[in-house]
Design a protein around this ligand. Structure first.
Ligand SMILES: N[C@@H](CCC(=O)N[C@@H](CS)C(=O)NCC(=O)O)C(=O)O
Length: 209
């Protein structure tokens, strides 16, 4: 079988999402680091982000496109519900995670707390603190969803969980995120369930986002 090659850094939450999808499906894959900003990078991802994927003649960028391809092109347990409402819920949560949650939790908290110090990038503490109200609010929204059902799209694991779990694992590793998560019992229960999966252990990054 031609191997799926994922281009990006293992510490990226979106790279981890597509790795989780491969692990859950049992699809063999390799991760190749990008020379970020290079011509090679631009050829793989015209918007200079990660992940990108090459599988034989198939070239894709954007985590949702790659994750859906991995789910639909290979055998293995389905990662998208067939039932219309559950499928729409999955899409709703992925869209919310990409458009609203990632900027607040990752750009506003995880990167300044876990990544910038190791890069020598100055941290705007005032901006980080100002973002914490929205961090707490968004975590309460996610908690509300997970009080309704064990997974974001209902009773079964879906791609929505695979988008959320890398972000929330990093949030839990920050002091402010960990404190906010103490008020989110349903998220904590879901995180425990997700962390017990083989896919979570197999994709544990060595680096921060
Ligand atoms: N919409 C893109 C977002 C990809 C994205 O923002 N990836 C981050 C890493 S998690 C990245 O490339 N960051 C580097 C940068 O923004 O320069 C997707 O879903 O794949």
């Amino acid at each position: 079988m031609t191997e799926v090659v994922l281009h990006g850094f293992a510490g990226s939450t979106y790279v981890r999402t597509v790795r989780l999808a491969c692990e859950e499906k049992g699809v063999p894959y390799a991760v190749t680091e990008l020379a970020f900003g290079s011509d090679e990078h631009r050829a793989l991802h015209p918007f200079l982000k990660m992940p990108a994927m090459v599988h034989g003649d198939v070239h894709l960028f954007e985590a949702i496109a790659i994750a859906r391809y991995v789910d639909e092109a290979f055998d293995g347990p389905p990662l998208q519900p067939a039932e219309p409402v559950a499928r729409a819920l999955m899409t709703q949560w992925i869209s919310a995670i990409v458009d609203y949650v990632y900027p607040v939790l990752v750009r506003g908290l995880v990167l300044p707390r876990l990544v910038y110090p190791s890069r020598g990038t100055p941290v705007d503490e005032a901006a980080l603190k100002a973002n914490l109200t929205e961090v707490a609010y968004q975590l309460s929204v996610l908690d509300g969803a997970l009080r309704e059902s064990p997974y974001f799209a209902g009773n079964a694991l879906s791609l929505a969980d695979l988008f959320a779990v890398p972000i929330l694992a990093y949030v839990a590793a920050t002091p402010e995120g960990s404190a906010a998560l103490e008020r989110c019992a349903a998220v904590a229960r879901w995180q425990e369930t997700m962390a017990a999966r083989q896919s979570f252990g197999a994709t544990q990054p060595q680096l921060a986002a």
